[in-house]
Design a binder for this molecule. Structure first.
Ligand SMILES: Cc1cc2nc3c(=O)[nH]c(=O)nc-3n(C[C@H](O)[C@H](O)[C@H](O)COP(=O)(O)O)c2cc1C
Length: 155
């Protein structure tokens, strides 16, 4: 069995393209070493991330991510056990919405089209559905006193 976590959060740090590329490189190196897969999504100042892998490693990584000051209002949406990962072999896929990519915030970062296709095709999977909704711009209710920037964007 593997653990699957899905959370969402609001961006606090002003990430540039190179900042985000560095974060992804660091995440992919660590995650590959610990057998953790998943996908990081970004949409207008909000993150959603899927983490899948050995239970102890996923829980420990989530605890570290949740205390990262570069984002806030980290809300766990799903914590489940599965026999197989939703996104096998992906150590941290990336996708930025909107999917038409007209005005990319993080130039130079490539959407993982294989992971995206898997999300789009997993018709009855509720985690895939939540991720698809996020990428297609469904509103994410998020806010709070510690999260002024995100509040601004949502209001
Ligand atoms: C939105 C977001 C997603 C992240 N995802 C990962 C990840 O998948 N794997 C990882 O090792 N670090 C990830 N990080 C970075 C961690 O929060 C943390 O900075 C990193 O693990 C280094 O931790 P340390 O400074 O305690 O050594 C993420 C950070 C943010 C803001």
């Amino acid at each position: 069995m593997i653990r699957q976590l899905l959370y969402r959060s609001g961006q606090l740090h002003e990430f540039t393209g190179p900042d985000m590329a560095r974060l992804l490189l660091q995440a992919r190196t660590f995650n590959a070493r610990h057998g953790i897969g998943g996908m990081l999504l970004w949409q207008d100042g909000l993150f959603m991330q899927l983490l899948e892998g050995p239970a102890a490693a996923v829980d420990a990584l989530y605890a570290r991510i949740a205390s990262d000051p570069r984002h806030c209002e980290v809300r766990l949406m799903v914590r489940a056990e599965r026999t197989a990962p939703l996104l096998p072999g992906s150590h941290m896929a990336w996708c930025e919405a909107p999917l038409d990519g007209e005005a990319l915030e993080f130039e130079g970062l490539e959407t993982d089209s294989q992971a995206l296709a898997l999300l789009e095709s997993a018709r009855s999977d509720r985690v895939a559905a939540a991720m698809r909704d996020f990428l297609h711009g469904a509103p994410v209710p998020i806010g709070g006193l510690g999260c002024a920037r995100v509040m601004e964007r949502v209001l």
